[in-house]
Design a protein around this ligand. Structure first.
Ligand SMILES: Nc1nc2c(ncn2[C@@H]2O[C@H](COP(=O)(O)OP(=O)(O)OP(=O)(O)O)[C@@H](O)[C@H]2O)c(=O)[nH]1
Ligand SMILES: [Mg+2]
Length: 376
């Protein structure tokens, strides 16, 4: 027989355990969302809500809408600009994005190339997915030099540069194409959103909801995942050219943009940029008058050739001067690697299905990711 003192002591002990459990649970939830700066509820990032939220394409019930040939909730696709020689790197990427996400969601793929795709490439990527795959070649005048470029001057820059990819002509064509023409390609004409893919990237974790639908339902224009600083010699005059554009077209520049992400307290360029090898974008942004005037202005200044402006800093400057922070989303729940940098989601051990070590998710600690958390 238990004495009443023992019963009271046991009840007290159980009560303390329950309170401790509740505190630990809440603490873990708060900890796991400490980088969540997009104003979502605290349970959104690792909790049940995104994975099982039908509003965002989560949960088994919602997946019926995502049959391979069916019409998807968002008119969206993966888009990759690649060479035939990228076949095996691309196959690695497709295999991972399929197994981590798209085998359930079946969004189509669009591959573009400056040369015709070989049958080997086409079959090689099609073999890895049941989703629709489309192939296209670039439109005339979107690859190579526009007529106003002084090609001798461009050559001198190439031959004297000491920065990465500085000596490559085709890399510059690629950066100009991805900045100004990719979103205008006829195969992308009807797309609302794209998700950029590159060869040889890794997706570390399962994704249990539809990021396209998440962006669409929340009015988000631009989604990113890794944000380093750009190497200065490649963008020597990019910031000043952007300031000149803002002076020339004040009517296109909103007052409440997230410009302080790229402009420090002294007015200098922070060189922060979103790595565009992963980007999920509402293409109405790139199709807007604002963006297209911005690209034309940059293009005419010649910096794609007289320096080596990348599409990542160009896209990021446009995002920063035209959009509000609330229109931009940090996909910090997506584990991702492109050669040289990785983002491993904080709290991924709890999720169980990631293959990265959160301690090595060092892109999260970069100056520009920190700056993102600080700006309003
Ligand atoms: N068709 C075609 N695709 C290209 C060319 N140059 C680059 N690409 C593609 O453009 C994308 C970006 O090029 P990358 O060489 O990966 O550029 P990066 O990511 O800055 O550099 P890495 O660190 O080498 O990956 C990749 O998907 C390439 O396959 C080219 O001349 N033709
Ligand atoms: Mg790359």
């Amino acid at each position: 027989m238990f004495s009443s003192r023992r019963v009271v002591a046991a009840a007290k002990f159980l009560g303390i355990l329950a309170v401790l459990g509740l505190l630990m649970h809440t603490g873990a939830r708060l900890f796991s969302t400490r980088y969540n700066t997009n104003g979502q509820g605290i349970f959104d990032m690792w909790g049940d809500s995104l994975a099982n939220n039908k509003d965002y394409g989560g949960g088994a019930d919602g997946l019926g809408e995502y049959s391979p040939q069916g019409i998807k909730p968002v008119n969206a696709a993966f888009v990759a600009f690649v060479r035939n020689s990228d076949l095996y790197g691309m196959r690695k990427t497709i295999q991972e994005i399929e197994s981590r996400w798209n085998h359930n969601y079946n969004y189509p793929y669009i591959f573009l190339n400056d040369k015709p795709f070989t049958d080997k490439f086409k079959q090689g990527v099609k073999d890895l997915t049941k989703a629709e795959v489309r192939f296209g070649q670039l439109e005339p005048d979107t690859w190579g030099y526009p007529p106003w470029i002084d090609q001798k001057k461009a050559q001198v820059e190439r031959e004297t540069s000491n920065y990465i990819k500085g000596r490559s002509e085709s890399y510059r064509f690629m950066c100009r194409f991805q900045s100004g023409f990719l979103h205008k390609h006829p195969l992308l004409k009807d797309l609302e959103f794209y998700w950029r893919l590159e060869p040889d990237v890794h997706y570390f974790c399962n994704i249990d909801y539809d990021p396209f639908l998440y962006m669409k339902n929340n009015g988000l224009k631009y989604g990113w995942n890794i944000a380093p600083t750009e190497y200065e010699p490649t963008v020597r005059t990019l910031w000043n050219t952007t300031l000149q554009f803002m002076d020339r077209y004040p009517e296109l520049i909103p007052k409440d943009s997230m410009i302080d992400w790229v402009r420090d307290s002294k007015g200098a360029y922070t060189k922060c940029h979103f790595w565009s090898n992963f980007e999920i974008v509402d293409l109405s942004f790139y199709r807007s008058e604002q963006y297209s005037k911005f690209f034309d202005f940059l293009d005419h200044s010649g910096g794609f050739f007289y320096e080596r402006w990348g599409d990542a800093p160009v896209h990021s400057l446009a995002v920063s001067i035209f959009l509000k922070k609330s229109q931009v989303h940090y996909f910090d729940d997506i584990g991702y690697y492109h050669p040289a940098m990785a983002h491993c989601p904080d709290g991924s051990k709890e999720r169980g299905k990631c293959v990265c070590d959160p301690k090595e998710g060092w892109a999260n600690g970069f100056t520009c990711a920190k700056r993102w958390r600080q700006i309003s």
